[in-house]
Design a protein around this ligand. Sequence first.
Ligand SMILES: [Zn+2]
Length: 236
Amino acid sequence: MKGHEIQTCEALLIKKTPIGESDILATLFTRESGKIKAIAKGATSSRKRFGGGFELFAVLKIEIGATRSGGKILQNSVVSSSFRRVAENMGVFLKANCLIDFIDAAFPEEQIPNETVFNEAVKALSAMNAGDGICAMFGFQTAVLESLGYSVDLSRCGECGGQTFENGHLIFPSGVFLCGSCARKSEGKPARKISRTVEAGRGAALRDVNCLNAFFQYQTGAVLKSAKVLENMLSG
Ligand SMILES: [Zn+2]
């Protein structure tokens, strides 16, 4: 990107760090350029350029310019759609936080854009805004894992081909799903119980989200603090 060019992006805010009196360093996951960091000059004082535009759980419309040294400047940011109700329910809020953490841990800066993951993230936040959104969260996690090359095949048992999901397990690190009876035979391998009956009930569905969180952390070595909170929610 040359110095004078301005790029318009759709973005989710990952985090914001205050710099000095009035600037903000924003980490953003954009549809067009993947994860980026950009400085917003005078962000805390300019309502005109950044009116509400540092909202978590919202699709932002942003304009990015470049500094002489090649850094990125956030010129302005406005909310194009907000998922504000996410913050009204503690359980949903924790899942939404986990989604943001997941993106941050999964993608290094300046990655090639990943529109599929961006769309799945927006879909999940939108579903969370409308209620629980656990199925969409599961879909989002699956999309991220697939884009990282850690696909999980939950369509049938990887051993016998059966489609009984009761007491099924996801085997680490292969990502193979085993039905209850095949899982019993391969005891001792690292595995997590997964029901994949994401519509069946809240407890089961949260278990599935937790399973994919664990799988992601196992594969990447990343630590998701928010995943631990969700684990405690299930056991507590
Ligand atoms: Zn089986």
